[in-house]
Design a protein. Sequence first.
Length: 160
Amino acid sequence: MKNTLSQKQLTFCRQYVRTRNGREAAAFAGFLLFPEKAAARLLADARIQGEIQALEADCRASRAELIAGYRRLAFGSTADAVRLLLQCDDVPPDPDTLDLFAVSEIKRPKGGGMEIKFFDRQRALDKLSELQSGNADSALPFYRALERSAAALHGNGDEL
């Protein structure tokens, strides 16, 4: 028994994690002849299940990284940006030592001085709240309902 997955199987796994629709993932991966049966066969394979679990774990890590980034934008310090703004021209701070994560734009207007724009903290808080409450995937049930309606209209009886 082979331990490695083919490119088609890997494509199936990635698409399945994205859509949670076996038939669609199988067709997308190139299993065009009876994609429902191919999906059932693939989903029963322990190697496929392991790959799907690994991909889902990566997605959770990405979600955790998003939350960490929004948390940093919402609650992070602006002290280094202020230090940059107030610095003396003859002794500039080392840019590698500055935390400018919350800065979206820095300009030096022609008239002199410096303009620093920050990311919107309220928007970051809203996104953070959305991600932590699980509402980030709120369109998914609507999408699934549309799929079931389309299947019913076409009369193919595929329950998703």
